[in-house]
Design a protein around this ligand. Sequence first.
Ligand SMILES: Cc1cc2nc3c(=O)[nH]c(=O)nc-3n(C[C@H](O)[C@H](O)[C@H](O)COP(=O)(O)O)c2cc1C
Length: 371
Amino acid sequence: MAMETGLIVHPYMRPERTARQTFDWCVQQAVAADKIGFDSIMLSEHASQRWENIPNPELIIAAAARQTENIKFAPMAHLLPHQHPAKLAIQVGWLSQILEGRYFLGVGAGAYPQSSYIHGIKNGEDTKFTNEMVRESLEIMEKIWKREPFFHEGRFWNAGYPEELHADDGDDQHKLADFSPWGGAPEIAVTGFSANSPSMRFAGERGFRPVSIFSGLEALKTHWETYREAAEANGHVADRARYHVSQTVFVADTDKEAKRQVMEGPIGYCFERYLIPIWWRFHMMDGFIKDAGADPADVDLEWVVDNVFCVGSPDTVVEKINRLFEATGGWGTLQVESHDYYDDPAPWFNSLELIAKEVAPRISLPTGVQA
Ligand SMILES: Cc1cc2nc3c(=O)[nH]c(=O)nc-3n(C[C@H](O)[C@H](O)[C@H](O)COP(=O)(O)O)c2cc1C
C-alpha cells in the first residue's frame, strides 16, 4: 500500500498575521488539500505561542467541513489537561457526528508550560504529571461516550452521566441528547515527542494511532519500539500503516528551485526566527546532529534544509523518504508540516500537488516490517 498524505497545521503563521488571516489560511489549505487528494489534515491547539496561533482547532474543522468532500480532520492535539473532559467529550462527539466519519481525535499533554500555566497548571513541565491528567481525562470522556450512568470523583475532575428518565406519554423533557461519537467511539491518535515517550507507551497500551514529530532516526526507532512493545503486551497489533510522522517537506520541479523556495520563503523565515531555537530547546537538534555526525557549530538554516528536511524535485524527495524508511521501518502517513504561504499560496499548493501525485504513490512500507 502506498504511503498516505496528510497536512499538519500548527500553523507557523508570522506573528503579525491577524486571527482572521490565520483562520482563512487554515480553511483555504483544507479545501486545497481535499481537492488535491490528501487523506488527512491535523490542526494544532495552542494558547500561548505567537507562531502557533490556533487556540481552537475545532472551529477551523467545522468551517472547513462544509467546503470539503473526502479529507479527514483531526485536532492534533486537543490538550486534555487544559479543559474539562465532559465539555470536550460532548464537543468531540458532536463534531464527529457533523463530519459523518471524516473525523479522528488527537490527544496530547501539551508541549508548552506557559499554556498549562494559563489553564491553572503550575507544573506544566512535569510531563509525568500532565500525562496522568491525560489518562484521567480520557477515562471520563470514554465513560460519557458510553451514555451509561456513572459519577466520577477524580483527582483532577468530577464528571458523570445521569439516568435517563422515560415517560410513555410523549413528554420528551427528560430525554438525553445523544452526543456520542459517530460510529460509537472515535479513532484516537496520540502525539509522541520525547525520546522515552510516555505518550507512545500510552498509545500502544490502548491500541491508539501513534503520531510522532520527526526528530531524528534514533527517536523514531525508539518511539516505534516503545509503541510496539506496549501494544503487543496489551493484545493489540502494532501496524505501521497507522503510524503518522510529521516532517518538513517541500517539492518543486528541480532541486535548486525547491531549495531556493525553502531558504528564501516562509519556511526559512519561520525556522530562522522560531523553529531552530525551539529545536535546540527541546533537544530535537541533538538527534539530527547525531544522525549526520555533524559539528553543532555547523548547524544553520542551510544545514537543516540539506540534512533534515525532505526538499527537492519529486525524484529527490522519493529517494530521501525511502532512505528514512529503510533506516527506521517507515510509516503509513507522511504528515507534511504546513507554513505561512498566505501571501502567495501557489508554490505551496504546487508542492502539495507534487507530494500527493508524484511522491507518495512511489513510496510504500519496506516489506517485512509491517509490525
Ligand atoms: C504531531 C504532534 C502534534 C502536537 N501538537 C501539539 C499541540 O497542538 N499543542 C501542544 O501543546 N503540543 C502538541 N504536541 C506535543 C504534545 O502535546 C506533547 O507534549 C508530546 O506529544 C508529549 O510527548 P511525549 O510523551 O513523547 O513526551 C504535539 C506533538 C506531536 C508529535
